[in-house]
Design a protein around this ligand. Structure first.
Ligand code: ZN
Ligand code: ZN
Length: 828
């Protein structure tokens, strides 16, 4: 029985730290391997067992890779800037700096107590000016390339966060942090990063991310939303208005167009006669938007109601000319068209698009069929078929017509081929304090002027007032500076960057965390990166996991990286819930703390238990009963090692050990931790049956268990009189001869009997009778031959000798003919 897990845990944690067991350098001759878990936001509440589980998943892989002979980079850091810290600090009446520093300190203490194999010398915190200096530096590089820019636009605003949100941070119309808060739109001047400049590469390279979860890849593709289509020039009041479509084959069936109700040029198209109606309509949809918060997300009727509400429109009074038919078609304003997708206007083909069909029915607009098929009273025909009512294209298959009509449009300068993306540029301005200051000085004469690079970092001022508006606007001394260009009156940009900017490149900084001359040493990064395995939550699919791909591509284009994708393999961990399946939360009082677990069961027991529940990508529930089962197993191991007699192991144990090595190696490599626990239990149950076992067998068992239970295996390894650390020892290799011995036995017996039968047959066909067979076998083959079976197969009296047997009967010296797999044969 172990009665003091904590003592053992602390002993080995101290040893790992003292010996710098997990500190690595790029000078190693081994192959590198980079294991990374998404760096946490350090909350004042500290870690609970759910967080601990996330890091453990990466830790098991890292430990396995270290033992497998890799030079493993496994770092940890803190995504320390951001709104939650600012809000918590205000609540605690402390400063965000003090709050964050205390939280980080506590996190480190807790993570160290979990025995995680981090190289702590590489720790980074995004709240450190030496870190966010490089956020500002990257911003400059983007500014130089025209990829960072400021523009007035309608943006998402959360009234609870009191700041702007990126499109990626609006989920179903709500703030990503506040599920109960509708996102409003505001028209503000904002800083953007031009993610769209990389839209095509971000989209196309998704297919090459072979080891990424399929669902995440689909979500990214959907978010980036690439479509190949045709841009067709309609004419409005004598001016060209291009409209993007993926259905140029239906151009003859376009009977109206719809412009976004939010479009800035909407009122250019509204006639005096229609003005009142349009204004009334806009008011109405605004109240509908506000109403959107009422139906719950989960209620089906609520969803349906929303969908119905979405098909609203109003005639603007203006007309467009269909370039193919030259018909005048009405322009409607609608709330289902996105203002900044394409030109903010769509062409409508009611005969072949259900939404357009319903809209046309509602507003009594002409429906013109252009593809053969059945149109019902309530249904458009959306299938394929031959073109009709389309002049020279009649009779053509509609897929072919897409190309032919596009060709015709291009030839007549009425349109062009166009690729359209749903992805929008990333709005990074935040009107809050606890973020990276945007390093810009506004000057009345010169406009927005970058802070000179030598003056970086622009640090956050300590003296600010929280509570009303943007805290950075409350420090006049900080705000008022000279314009770096003309020396005149300047004013600092008071906005800070979205914290997702901080996390877009942190994995690179771990490779060279203390560099104060450059963002990182290119050589060091090219040694360690890309990340080989990245562990983190699936909720980041369309946020962090897109942003950091974008940053990587940009930094590669600056010549700083020799790769264009940050991560080879991505793994999403499942969630650990409290007992009974509920989310762990302080208010429910069901939070499991690692400290308590360490006291009662030991961290290793908890690690073994969590691994044994399910594959680590599945959600699991904490269970007291379950962990007691694991505790029993761990204690059984301890008790056994205390009394086992060192000597020989049985063949059975050795064979099982070999099989286990092969299997467990594969399981750790592929995050199949549950299977590893099952195999470990099976193996141990065999070992346990013997009161005597060889030291080698016991040591190999400890090695196999070490990635999951690092502390107790170190302890038992030391008890076996080992002086080095188990955690950095070599992973056991399976002995191939033992592994295949069973198969070889079968094979060799088969081979022998066929060979000998052949010889007997040849002799007997000449009329001689064979009474007895003598076989001469190479020494290493003799134990693999089953004499009894062979005798049955040959149906003769049989005698087998090793070729080295001095007492053998060999009148014709046939033993010399023995070869591997083939015996020498003498027949009597
Ligand atoms: Zn919010
Ligand atoms: Zn100036």
């Amino acid at each position: 029985m172990i009665n003091n897990f904590k003592k053992i845990e602390q002993k080995w944690q101290k040893k790992w730290e003292q010996t710098k067991a997990f500190e690595v350098s790029e000078k190693s001759k081994k192959l590198k391997y980079y294991v990374l878990e998404m760096f946490p936001y350090p909350s004042g509440r500290g870690l609970h067992m759910g967080h601990a589980w996330n890091y453990t998943i990466g830790d098991i892989l890292a430990r396995f890779k270290i033992m497998s002979g890799f030079n493993v980079l496994h770092p940890m850091g803190y995504d320390a800037l951001g709104l939650p810290a600012e809000n918590a600090a205000i609540e605690d009446k402390t400063s965000p700096q003090d709050y964050t520093n205390a939280s980080i300190k506590n996190y480190i203490k807790q993570q160290k107590a979990l025995g995680l194999s981090y190289d702590w010398s590489r720790m980074v915190s995004s709240a450190d000016p030496d870190y966010y200096k490089w956020d500002q530096w990257i911003f400059f590089q983007m500014l130089k390339k025209g990829l960072a820019y400021q523009k007035q636009s309608s943006v998402n605003w959360c009234s609870k966060c009191n700041t702007v949100l990126a499109n990626e941070q609006v989920h179903d119309g709500k703030c990503w942090r506040h599920e109960d808060t509708d996102v409003e739109t505001k028209n503000l001047k904002q800083w953007f990063l031009k993610t769209t400049a990389y839209a095509d590469e971000l989209y196309e390279e998704i297919d090459n991310l072979k080891d990424w979860p399929e669902r995440t890849k689909i979500m990214q593709k959907h978010w980036i939303g690439k479509s190949n289509g045709t841009e067709i020039d309609f004419e409005i009041e004598g001016k060209k208005w291009p409209i993007f479509t993926t259905r140029p084959d239906t151009i003859y069936g376009v009977t109206f167009t719809v412009i976004s109700a939010q479009h800035e040029k909407l009122f250019d198209l509204v006639t005096a006669k229609q003005k009142k109606d349009v204004e009334k309509f806009l008011k109405k949809i605004k109240s509908v938007e506000a109403h959107k918060g009422v139906p719950s997300k989960k209620s089906k009727e609520g969803k349906k109601e929303l969908e119905n509400l979405e098909k609203e429109g109003i005639f603007t009074g203006s007309y467009a000319i269909n370039p193919m038919t030259k018909e005048k078609i009405p322009i409607y304003a609608g709330n289902f068209v996105v203002a900044d997708y394409g030109s903010g206007m769509v062409m409508a083909v009611p005969a072949h698009d259900q939404r357009d069909f319903e809209f046309a029915k509602k507003y009594k607009i002409k429906i013109k069929q252009v593809i053969e098929g059945k149109i019902a009273t309530f249904k458009a025909y959306t299938g394929s078929g031959k073109l009709i009512n389309s002049k020279q294209f009649n009779g053509m298959d509609n897929e072919k017509a897409k190309q032919e009509i596009t060709k015709f449009l291009i030839k007549n300068k009425l349109g062009k081929i166009k690729v359209q993306f749903k992805l929008r540029d990333w709005g990074i301005s935040r009107q809050r304090y606890w973020g990276t200051p945007i390093p810009i000085i506004h000057c009345e004469k010169c406009g927005a002027v970058p802070v000179p690079e030598k003056d970086l970092p622009v640090k956050l001022p300590k003296e600010v007032k929280f509570g009303k508006g943007n805290p950075l606007e409350t420090n006049e001394k900080w705000l008022n500076v000279k314009c770096p260009q003309c020396g005149g009156k300047g004013r600092r940009e008071a906005e800070t960057m979205d914290t997702f900017a901080n996390s877009s490149w942190y994995f690179l900084r771990y490779c060279d965390p203390k560099n104060d001359k450059q963002i990182f040493d290119k050589k060091k990064v090219s040694y360690w990166c890309p990340v080989d395995s990245y562990v983190g939550g699936a909720e980041h699919a369309c946020m962090h996991l897109i942003y950091f791909r974008f940053y990587t591509k940009f930094l590669a284009d600056l010549g700083l990286l020799n790769f264009r994708e940050p991560v080879k393999r991505l793994f999403h961990q499942g969630m650990l819930h409290a007992e009974g399946g509920e989310k762990m939360s302080k208010s429910k009082g069901n939070v499991v703390l690692p400290e308590t677990v360490s006291d009662e069961y030991g961290i290793d027991t908890a690690r073994f238990f969590l691994c044994s529940l399910a594959s680590p990508d599945k959600d699991i529930d904490w269970s007291k009963e379950g962990i007691i089962g694991s505790l029993r197993f761990i204690n059984k191991i301890f008790e056994y090692f205390e009394k086992v007699k060192l000597g020989k192991s049985t063949v059975k144990v050795k064979e099982k050990l070999n099989q286990s090595i092969v299997k467990i190696t594969d399981y750790f490599e592929n995050f199949k931790y549950r299977k590893a626990t099952i195999e470990l239990r099976e193996l141990f149950n065999l070992i346990f049956k013997e009161s005597e076992n060889s030291k080698v067998v016991l040591e190999k068992f400890l090695k196999l268990l070490n990635p999951i239970c690092p502390h107790i295996t170190e302890e038992l390894w030391e008890d076996l009189k080992n002086k080095d650390l188990l955690s950095t020892s070599d992973w056991p290799k399976a002995e191939k001869s033992k592994l295949k011995s069973k198969e070889k036995k079968v094979d060799l017996n088969e081979k022998y009997s066929n060979y000998v039968k052949d010889i007997i047959q040849r002799v007997e066909s000449k009329g001689k009778e064979v009474k007895k067979v003598y076989l001469y076998v190479l020494p290493f083959e003799i134990e693999k031959i089953n004499e009894k079976k062979l005798k049955q197969k040959l149906n003769k009296d049989l005698k087998i000798y090793s070729v080295k047997d001095l007492k053998k009967v060999d009148p014709e010296n046939k033993s010399k003919k023995a070869r591997p797999g083939l015996p020498g044969v003498y027949l009597e």
